[in-house]
Design a protein around this ligand. Structure first.
Ligand SMILES: O=C(O)CCC(=O)C(=O)O
Length: 276
């Protein structure tokens, strides 16, 4: 695969929204200032010392490197809450998706330490999640410099428009076999496809990727010696999104009091932005 490497855009304007709609992904420069980045680095360090019951180590300790994930920290940590609910992120999500109102779906912390060999397999997020609709996006905020060597996330440009859905990249166990969408076909490995139209970005701390839940993406190993790759990803939905009962790959700490077809009107999913 050849990856088209870009620099981030400078603002969430109409052109950026059109690019998000067309390509399924954009990268924005300087969404957070350095003080906010520092507060969130401290929050990630806190989360790694105090992991929630839904935290995961994606690698055995003897594998070398470390690939840590935690979920829903905006509900237990003020710095995460400020990012998810009170920063520029909700408005960026609303303008990109063309939504009139924006709710937080959840947040995820992803830390890939240097020497982590395992790639993030190609996938898209929607089949993991208990929702359906068009207005579903993630904002992946870099807390470190990100380059191809440190495992910058790669995206298949325009893949959100294909209409295809692929199974979650869960290990095959009796429990995961019962999850929704595990009967879908596996996502193609675009790293092996010379014709794939793949884009990625060189990012500075505070830059952010905005991408659709339908856009195929994956990431390589972190081969950058001495440079960890910390990110907080906040997932947002607009008003056209409804709930789908599970079980799904994405777990919530508390039961979600909704039925299939309901709007996401529940305390887990606060409204954080409305169009003027
Ligand atoms: O950070 C990564 O390597 C993958 C991120 C990802 O898959 C996501 O945020 O949906």
């Amino acid at each position: 695969v050849s990856v088209d490497l870009h620099e981030p855009r400078t603002g969430m304007d109409a052109e950026a929204a059109a690019a998000y709609q067309r390509d399924g992904v954009i990268c924005l420069r300087g969404v957070l200032d350095s003080a906010a980045v520092e507060r969130l680095r401290e929050a990630v360090a806190w989360a790694m010392l105090n992991p929630s019951p839904l935290a995961q180590e994606f690698l055995p300790s003897e594998a070398g490197g470390r690939y840590f994930s935690d979920l829903h920290n905006f509900r237990r940590n003020a710095a995460y809450a400020a990012l998810a609910c009170d920063s520029d992120l909700p408005e960026i999500a609303g303008r990109a998706m063309g939504a009139r109102s924006v709710r937080v779906l959840y947040d995820q912390t992803i830390v890939k330490e240097p020497g982590t060999q395992s790639p993030t397999p190609w996938h898209h997020d929607l089949p993991f999640w208990p929702v359906t609709g068009r207005q579903i996006c993630s904002i992946w905020v870099a807390l470190d410099e990100v380059t191809p060597e440190s495992g910058g996330v790669q995206y298949a440009r325009g893949s959100h428009l294909s209409g295809e859905l692929y199974r979650p990249t869960q290990p095959d166990t009796p429990e995961t076999r019962l999850m929704r969408n595990m009967d879908l076909p596996p996502a193609p490995n675009l790293s092996k496809d010379a014709t794939a139209d793949v884009v990625s970005w060189n990012m500075a701390p505070g830059d952010a990727l905005v991408f659709s839940a339908r856009t195929l993406h994956g990431a390589g190993a972190n081969r950058a010696s001495g440079r960890t790759r910390r990110a907080i990803v906040v997932r947002y939905v607009g008003e056209d999104v409804t709930f789908v009962e599970g079980p799904h790959a994405l777990a919530f700490a508390e039961p979600v009091p909704l039925k299939t077809g309901d709007p996401l009107d529940a305390p887990q999913f606060p409204i954080v932005w409305r169009a003027a």
